[in-house]
Design a binder for this molecule. Sequence first.
Ligand code: 2AM
Ligand code: CA
Ligand code: CA
Ligand code: CA
Length: 265
Amino acid sequence: MSINYPELLHIVKGWVEEAGETIRTSMDKPLNIETKSNVNDLVTEMDYQTEAFFKEKIAAHYPHHQMLGEEGTGESLRSTKGVLWIIDPIDGTTNFVHQQYNFAISIGIFEDGVGQLGIVYDVMKREWFTALKGEGAFQNDKQLEKRKPVTLEKAIVGLNSRWLVWEHKNGGEKLHDLVHKSRSARSYGSAALELCYVACGRLDTYINLRLSPWDYAGSLIILKEVGASATTFSNENPSLLEKGTFIASAPSLHEELLSYMPEIK
Ligand code: 2AM
Ligand code: CA
Ligand code: CA
Ligand code: CA
């Protein structure tokens, strides 16, 4: 049975709004914060709780759908066959913990590996980025225009400063060179939002040396609908199951930007 994606978008937006409201009302309460891969890699009970909320909703309403989430759901998934929801319950956990803003809920829905529906919701700003395959992308109620050409000299680069000071195997200085040649660089701390900023023109590129599918799954569909480029540093389609390098940009810049990407250790 084929899926009515416009209807699904409406339903999922309702769930995201409910999860967002729960997060907003939790902000004043004390938070249990743990670390994951290193001392700066944070996770809170709200990350787990929000992921569990979506997992339960999907199991109850769409029992045949698969889900991959940052906090453990679908860990053993090896195939993108069927309908796959890729969810980051809170993208920008460091911002959530330290700043209480600039974090998002991100959801991408794929059918046999093809992006169908994308939602990125800035919880505190209550700003929506949404897209349905072939139907364009929206920022709240406004349809986004196709990405216009821009030159590097006038481009704003989205890049986490961590990557500028990283010890690269080869070509780390190329990232410095890129930042020098651009108009300016920005770092907001939520990859999902920064990718939507490339879609809506606040940024002209967003570069990350190590992103996971849940970081970009929702934004990928939004980027595609505005004609923005989104690839690995080797100009391949980003994986839906494995982490890797990631660069999104206005299409006029993409090839030039790829020549500035360092080799990864
Ligand atoms: P997260 O908040 O969901 O973990 C921070 O610059 C951006 O990088 C966020 O979107 C963050 O997602 C993502 N990120 C990916 N891997 C990370 C890691 N190991 N530690 C911290 N942030 C990471
Ligand atoms: Ca995380
Ligand atoms: Ca993330
Ligand atoms: Ca997360």
